[in-house]
Design a protein around this ligand. Structure first.
Ligand SMILES: *[C@@H]1O[C@H](CO)[C@@H](O)[C@H](O)[C@H]1NC(C)=O
Ligand SMILES: *[C@@H]1O[C@H](CO)[C@@H](O)[C@H](O)[C@H]1NC(C)=O
Ligand SMILES: *[C@@H]1O[C@H](CO)[C@@H](O)[C@H](O)[C@H]1NC(C)=O
Ligand SMILES: *[C@@H]1O[C@H](CO)[C@@H](O)[C@H](O)[C@H]1NC(C)=O
Ligand SMILES: *[C@@H]1O[C@H](CO)[C@@H](O)[C@H](O)[C@H]1NC(C)=O
Length: 526
């Protein structure tokens, strides 16, 4: 026993030493964007998808929810454009409309340990529900979902009429808040599985079903004369094949060919990296790992190509780390910020023009918790002290992306080829000139570990810039849920506004940069 214990101890010491050996890697960055791989980044590349059962709490009723507003406005200040907001998701398909309801009334199931904040099963909304969106930041582009799941065309029709009416009203016009898309049904590819459509409900059944709703809605709301268009797909689990429920499948079955179908200008799909209702360090490292991020996203490449061949835009309209509203101790941690950052930037590289992070009140994977919570997001335990509105670590991924994009309106990005399985990098160009680079060290460094590893990156840039500044995302441990700082500043404030003195290091480019395990650096070239 003793011998075994000593052996295990020795082995662990060896292993932990092996992990913490510092390495040096050489990284070449081109001073001009590669014409074949450079992609233009949308200023709203990081956007949101909001579960609509508690929409009124997100946005505020009698007055705007300043915390949510500020969290969005921070991003607008950095890129010049507020995040795009999708409202709906699962609860859009549990919603009916009633003229007599002022804002909304909701019925929630009992919460459980695994689902501390469940989605409402029944939502009844009135005109006021949609009117609240006028409290979003001025200039926000909105996309709203209507109920398709219940096969009740009257419900979908009344909702669409109310949505279009709201966005034509004076407060929306004054603020330039626009209804860019209507979505008819959330994850209709799962309806048959849930007994809501017949077995064998494939593209040939879905297309006429959807078209009947889309025709009614587009004629009734005179959508042709507005700037509002329709979302195609919104599927949860693409087959990636032409004979299944996928973009290519519904295009082959003729979804674009009807009058209403011609209003589809965007294909949306949903993605989670798996479903885990309990978390672990291994799961967090899997999430952060460069190769799993790439394989998760590149599985959509056939769908993206089929979409782009038709001249349509492709977005992830609903996504986040793990379904189950996130894995506890994983989705709500600092490590998830590194996942989100690499995920967003890699998505853009393969033709995904926006990434809408799904957030619902109290969900574990949120970037933003916009209201006071009275029970634990991890297991539903009542909290001794209510938790005031706050951002979660993944919000820093949105901030870093926004800073990297900047306000040029035409920033391009290229993934930097790095022969290392934990260092990912992206170069950013304005007017064809290298301005910034992001490097991510996705090796998880956990609480309880010592000897944090570090990678030294030597840079080779053909234009030989002499100096650069380094801004760091500082994280104690990958499994921390707070205490993250970005260039010395924090967004973990009562009003979501940034606080603290900014700190960057100015160094010679020839000195390179050290990046610790579980760290991000933003390099800005002079
Ligand atoms: C949903 O709520 C509305 C309004 O309270 C009610 O009329 C309706 O019967 C409910 N539907 C279900 C399926 O519970
Ligand atoms: C749409 O459906 C609703 C509800 O059935 C109906 O009242 C309305 O007349 C329809 N509109 C069009 C343009 O088909
Ligand atoms: C469909 O929605 C309408 C409008 O709210 C409602 O009056 C009607 O009862 C619904 N039909 C069914 C079958 O639920
Ligand atoms: C997606 O990432 C998860 C880790 O977060 C991994 O377990 C899973 O296998 C990946 N899926 C694909 C298709 O690469
Ligand atoms: C590893 O790099 C860090 C700086 O990032 C340094 O503090 C540490 O001493 C280095 N360890 C070894 C073994 O070289």
């Amino acid at each position: 026993m003793l011998f075994q214990a000593i052996l295990t101890l020795a082995l662990n010491t060896l292993l932990s030493q092996a992990q913490t050996v510092n390495t040096t890697i050489q990284v070449s960055i081109s001073s001009t964007p590669d014409t074949t791989s450079a992609v233009k980044l949308s200023p709203s590349l990081v956007s949101f998808s909001i579960e609509q059962d508690l929409w009124a709490e997100w946005v505020g009723t009698t007055t705007k929810n300043a915390f949510f507003y500020n969290a969005l406005d921070n991003l607008q200040k950095l890129t010049g454009e507020p995040p795009f907001i999708r409202i709906g998701a699962d609860s859009e398909d549990h919603t009916n409309f009633d003229f007599g309801t002022q804002i909304s009334s909701t019925i929630f199931p009992a919460y459980t340990t695994t689902t501390p904040y469940p989605e409402a099963t029944n939502i009844t909304v009135g005109n006021g529900f949609y009117d609240l969106a006028a409290q979003l930041p001025a200039g926000t582009h909105v996309w709203w979902g209507v109920n398709f799941r219940d096969s009740n065309i009257t419900a979908a029709y009344l909702e669409a009429m109310a949505i279009v009416k709201a966005f034509k009203s004076a407060p929306f016009l004054a603020a330039g808040i626009t209804l860019d898309f209507l979505e008819i049904g959330n994850e209709a590819d799962l309806y048959a599985e849930h007994g809501l459509r017949p077995v064998g409900y494939g593209p040939d059944q879905y297309v006429p079903d959807w078209t009947a709703f889309a025709t009614n809605i587009s004629v009734a709301t005179a959508l042709y004369n507005t700037q509002t268009r329709l979302v195609g797909g919104a599927f949860a689990s693409s087959t990636h094949t032409v004979n299944g429920l996928s973009p290519q499948g519904i295009i082959t079955s003729g979804i674009l060919d009807s009058g209403a179908g011609s209003l589809i200008t965007l294909i949306s799909q949903h993605h989670y990296s798996g479903s885990f209702c309990s978390g672990s360090g291994g799961l967090l490292q899997d999430l952060m790992t460069k190769s799993t991020i790439r394989s998760n996203l590149s599985s959509f490449s056939p769908d993206i190509q089929a979409t782009q061949q038709k001249g349509l835009q492709y977005v992830l309209g609903e996504t986040n780390s793990y379904s189950c509203h996130g894995a506890p101790g994983v989705s709500n941690t600092a490590g998830a910020a590194l996942w989100a950052l690499d995920y967003i930037l890699y998505a853009a590289q393969i033709g995904i023009s926006r990434v809408h992070f799904h957030d619902g009140i109290g969900y574990k994977y949120n970037l933003i918790q916009p209201v006071t919570l009275t029970r634990s997001i991890l297991d539903g335990t009542p909290l001794a002290t209510p938790l005031a509105p706050h951002i979660q670590p993944a919000y820093y991924a949105a901030i870093i992306t926004a800073e990297a994009i900047g306000r040029s309106g035409s920033t391009q990005a290229v993934e930097i080829t790095i022969d290392d399985d934990r260092i990912a990098g992206y170069a950013f160009y304005e007017a064809g000139i290298l301005v910034r680079a992001i490097l991510i060290n996705s090796q998880a460094f956990f609480q309880g570990e010592t000897n944090r590893g570090s990678v030294h990156v030597d840079l080779a840039i053909d234009s030989n810039p002499q100096t650069m500044t380094i801004k760091r995302l500082s994280i104690g441990y990958a499994d921390d849920t707070a205490g993250v700082t970005w260039g010395g500043q924090t967004y973990e404030t009562p009003d979501a506004r940034v606080s603290g003195k900014p700190t960057v290091e100015a160094v010679a480019v020839s000195a390179g940069v050290d990046i610790q395990d579980t760290e991000v650096v933003l390099l800005t070239f002079a």
